[in-house]
Design a protein. Structure first.
Lengths: 800, 165
């Protein structure tokens, strides 16, 4: 009697419950601040209360003498030790080919502070409370200087200067596209539709505040940094090579459990260098953990652009040409990837999902006396999508066309599609995702719902956004040509143990995305081993291969592909071993469902048997194959991936209060092939919440003197559970054509697509009242004022 | 320094604390119960919620000395006899967490809600969680998890009633 062994059910595409949850739900996660090293000291950083000031003197004597204080450091100590400044990871060139202005970024200020929260001195003490108390004893004599916080003010000729080497506060003036072709298209236009939109400054606010522990061990002259980071290898490279001059083999960076990032934990921050440097100075581990208030004034903020666009359209509503000007706030210093955000990550997306044949964009990056601005969930792509989708709605209104018809008329339908702004989209189906969204939100039933709201005295509106994004940031050569100072590939090692269980070392990092589960699903399927036998390791430079971490929705598309490449090598080697053991030719060996077998026979060896043979090579093709079963791979993608889709939003507005209530949110997306639908939906929910947060609630506000007005959760409006309905998310898959998983990426999609859908819905609701413009966030006050001023205008017009 | 006695996760604890020590500092730094998190400094985020004498409390709003004689339950002590609490199970089952940082506070807060209102509806769950901020999930699966736990618990309660009747 023959026994039939059932092939294991594939896990890819199924909602496997997350492995990592177990430790989090019992409180056994290990975030950086949870780690306490023996003999650990605590750092507190004294920060500038001024947006711009000269430090005339610092007196640290009283602080140094305070209870428990081990050391007090200032900018002078940093300079004496010749500590380098924080480097910028991206070089953008001006229109004339000259490099951008790249000012220094010392880890403790020397003579000048340039934003509220700039780091002035560091106290290290036995306890957190002692360090904090002692810092209050430091006397800093500041001479306040004029400051400028907004892009609009910073470009005025008489504006305060952030850097003497950057006249008019200009960091760079960059361009992309064909200016002449766009000018030509304007001559042929039936109509030119113009818009100016502000993309409001937001604060990422990952729930875990940043934290770092530096640990110098003199017997080995080696350093360890524990840090809440999205990319430990990048931090090791920047900290080691540029700031402290530590060779990489003596610097270990560990990013343990990290409580969210959304971009803000990509960058190399001063505190990471300070704790490592201070640990060597005092000979003890030094921990620093940010307060939330401190996070508001030190974590890189997001967005903050003013964009102006003009769109040339013909009589039928076809787009002929697009001209865009973008003024982007960089803050006071250049954060790690800041220069890339409005250029490489935003201007290249200005074709959107449309066949606009001529596009020209220019980007002016501006210094201000504010916290550095850098990539935040979506990074540049939300700005492009917001501009385009507001503009397309406006074009429809001005042409008297239906807003969906004008979109459909201009959709890209043939792939691959080369845009006029550098990118080549591989796949997509924008009609399908639009259809899906319309069906899910019951667009046919919308007029009745609108009427029903009107009967209750409420204004109802529906808004759409059809968008595309580029993620899986790549390829290295293209990124390099556009200014990246790093490669953007990913690495993986797959170690098969003698008894057949598997440890995978990935260069990506998970801070909530569930890699320990979705990557294990892939490996379990590829190697035919049980899910429980696969462990994913990330976040420790002493364990993982040199990888680039997690951002730009790249982990699955790039990091997952590296894992597949490594498992392919495992299988190829396994076949060689199996061929020897089964006395067959390698060409006759197939691998399926965890078994190596000779094609057309019942002779087979299980994956575990092959693994065991590789480590106990008694009967082994030792002349052809090395013992052991461990393979590494690096994957540098050929292209970006291009998720896209349609987001639809239905709102109801109470005209008496201006309160906007989200009635329905629909996201119909194409994120490529899906490994774990439960995790994909969760990523969508989170992105949507952040996008709606930006559209309705969130804004980081500075006053004219550069004081941060929204410096805590008391005055920065974080979305709460009662602000949202359940989200309706769905997928229409077109597989990515150039990575082995067919995956595109989902991390940022929600935050990119939804803001314009929300604002378009608000404007749709307010159209009967006569309101024609609305900026983010559409707060009750703003909406109420817009209604009042429209009413006033209507009355004046009626009277005249 | 003040000497205080309290029960934490069913264990008697005697410690000396400074008068300024917050309950969350006692839990995290002295008792090394790091499952309770600190996500803000204005008592807004709820990552530090623990159970004190059967009520959910933000442990950053309470001095350790105020917990004298109290019974405190943290996320580490929520399950019993090696078994997870049904709310912990529901959060995992419904993908109610991503980065996990807000999760302990969310779970404890939700447990308190269902203790007070075993039949809470979606609206009540959303309103109750006003003091707990999550940046990852858009609250979608958190609300689902709480409702799912409610259904499991009410189902279990019904079964007990049926057996008794």
């Amino acid at each position: 009697m023959s026994t039939t062994t059932q092939a294991p059910q594939p896990l890819v595409g199924t909602p496997v419950v997350r492995k990592e949850d177990r430790r989090f739900i019992v409180g056994a996660g290990h975030y950086t601040d949870d780690i306490t090293l023996p003999n650990q000291a605590y750092a507190y950083i004294l920060r500038s209360p001024h947006a711009h000031a000269t430090i005339k003197s610092i007196d640290t004597a009283a602080a140094a003498a305070a209870d428990g204080v081990l050391a007090v450091f200032t900018g002078a100590d940093v300079a004496n030790d010749k500590v380098g400044g924080l480097p910028c990871g991206w070089l953008i060139k001006n229109k004339d080919g000259s490099p951008m202005v790249e000012p220094p970024h010392p880890i403790l200020c020397d003579e000048t502070v340039r934003h509220v929260g700039d780091q002035v001195a560091m106290v290290v003490a036995e306890s957190r409370a002692q360090a904090r108390a002692a810092a209050q004893l430091i006397e800093v004599d500041y001479e306040p200087l004029p400051a400028v916080a907004s892009v609009r003010d910073a470009t005025n000729p008489d504006a305060a200067q952030v850097w003497p080497q950057a006249p008019k506060n200009l960091c760079y003036d960059w361009e992309i596209g064909d200016r002449a072709a766009v000018q030509q298209s304007f001559k042929q236009a039936h109509k030119i539709v113009a818009i100016e939109v502000v993309n409001n400054r937001v604060v990422p606010n990952a729930m875990e505040p940043r934290s770092a522990i530096g640990h110098y061990e003199s017997p080995t002259d080696s350093f360890t940094l524990y840090t809440s980071s999205q990319n430990p290898h990048l931090i090791r490279l920047l900290l080691g090579a540029f700031v402290l001059g530590i060779p990489e083999h003596r610097l270990r960076v560990v990013a343990p459990d990290v409580g969210g990032g959304f971009g803000s934990k990509i960058y190399h921050y001063a505190e990471e260098a300070l704790v490592v440097w201070a640990s060597r100075k005092i000979g003890r581990p030094v921990k620093w953990t940010s307060d939330r208030s401190e996070a508001f004034m030190t974590d890189a903020h997001g967005r903050d652009t003013i964009m102006r666009a003009r769109l040339a359209v013909d009589k039928e509503g076809r787009f002929l040409g697009l001209h865009v000007e973008n003024f982007a706030n960089m803050g006071a210093y250049l954060s790690t990837f800041a220069p890339a955000v409005p250029t490489y990550l935003s201007a290249t997306l200005l074709a959107g999902v449309y066949t606009t044949p001529a596009i020209y964009a220019e980007v002016k990056a501006i210094f201000t006396h504010t916290v550095p601005v850098d990539a935040y969930r979506g990074a540049g792509r939300p700005e492009a999508a917001y501009l385009l989708e507001r503009l397309v709605d406006k074009a429809a209104r001005e042409l008297g066309m239906d807003r969906l018809e004008i979109r459909r008329k201009n959709f890209i339908t043939k792939f691959p599609y080369q845009t006029p702004v550098a990118l080549e989209y591989d796949t997509g189906d924008y009609h399908a995702t639009l259809d899906m969204a319309l069906k899910t939100i019951d667009y046919a039933g919308y007029p009745a719902r609108r009427e029903e709201s009107a009967r209750r005295g409420k204004l109802r509106g529906i808004g759409f956004s059809t968008y595309v994004e580029a993620c899986g940031i790549a390829p290295s050569a293209v990124a390099g040509a556009l200014g990246a100072r790093a490669g953007l590939y990913e690495a993986a090692s797959v170690r098969v143990h003698p008894t057949g269980s598997v440890t995978v070392f990935t260069g990506t990092h998970s801070h909530g995305q569930g890699h320990e589960t979705s990557f294990a699903q892939i490996v379990a399927d590829e190697l035919g081993v049980p899910f429980s036998q696969v462990e994913i390791v990330h976040g420790d430079t002493d364990r993982i291969p040199f990888g680039m971490g997690t951002y730009g929705s790249r982990s699955l598309a790039v990091g997952g592909s590296a894992i597949v490449k490594a498992t392919d090598k495992i299988i190829a080697k396994g076949k060689k071993i199996a061929a020897h053991m089964l006395e067959a030719s390698e060409a006759d060996i197939q691998f399926k469902g965890g078994k190596f077998s000779v094609i057309g026979t019942n002779r087979e060896k299980s994956f575990g048997e092959i693994a065991f043979a590789a480590y106990v090579p008694h009967n082994y093709p030792i002349e052809k194959v090395e013992p052991g079963l461990e393979e590494s791979a690096f994957y540098d993608p050929k292209n970006f991936t291009f998720p896209g889709g349609c987001h639809a939003c239905e709102v109801e507005i109470d005209p008496a209060t201006g309160v906007v209530t989200i009635v329905d949110i629909v996201a119909a997306d194409d994120v490529g092939k899906i490994i774990n639908p439960m995790i994909v939906d969760g990523q969508m929910h989170g992105g949507l919440a952040q996008g709606i947060g930006q559209a309705l609630f969130e804004e980081a506000l500075y006053d004219d003197s550069g004081q941060l007005l929204t410096g805590s959760f008391l005055n920065y409006s974080m979305p709460r559970a009662a602000d949202f309905p359940f989200f309706k998310v769905g997928n229409h898959v077109t597989a990515c054509t150039h990575n082995p998983l067919g995956a595109k990426g989902v991390g940022e999609v929600g935050a990119i697509g939804v803001p314009p859908a929300v604002i378009n819905a608000v404007l749709d609701a307010l159209a009967p009242v006569g309101v024609t413009d609305m900026s983010m966030p559409a707060t009750p006050e703003k909406v109420w004022r817009a209604i009042q001023s429209a009413k006033k205008q209507n009355n004046t017009q009626a009277q005249s | 320094m003040s000497r205080i006695a309290l029960k934490v996760n069913q264990k008697q604890v005697m410690v000396e604390v400074e008068p300024r020590t917050l309950l969350v500092e006692l839990l995290r730094e002295r008792l090394l119960l790091t499952g309770t998190h600190v996500g803000c400094d204005t008592s807004q985020c709820g990552a530090c919620v623990v159970m004190v004498d059967g009520r959910s409390v933000k442990s950053c709003t309470m001095l350790a000395v105020e917990a004298e004689g109290a019974e405190v339950t943290t996320i580490e002590g929520l399950g019993s006899g090696g078994k997870l609490h049904p709310m912990q199970e529901a959060f995992q089952r419904c993908h109610g967490l991503q980065c996990g940082f807000c999760t302990p506070g969310m779970i404890i807060s939700a447990v308190d809600l269902l203790a007070k209102r075993p039949d809470a509806n979606e609206h009540e769950v959303r309103e109750w969680l006003e003091g707990n901020i999550c940046r990852c999930t858009g609250y979608h699966n958190i609300v689902k998890a709480v409702l799912s736990c409610r259904d499991v618990q009410s189902g279990a309660a019904q079964q007990v009633e049926e057996k008794q009747s």
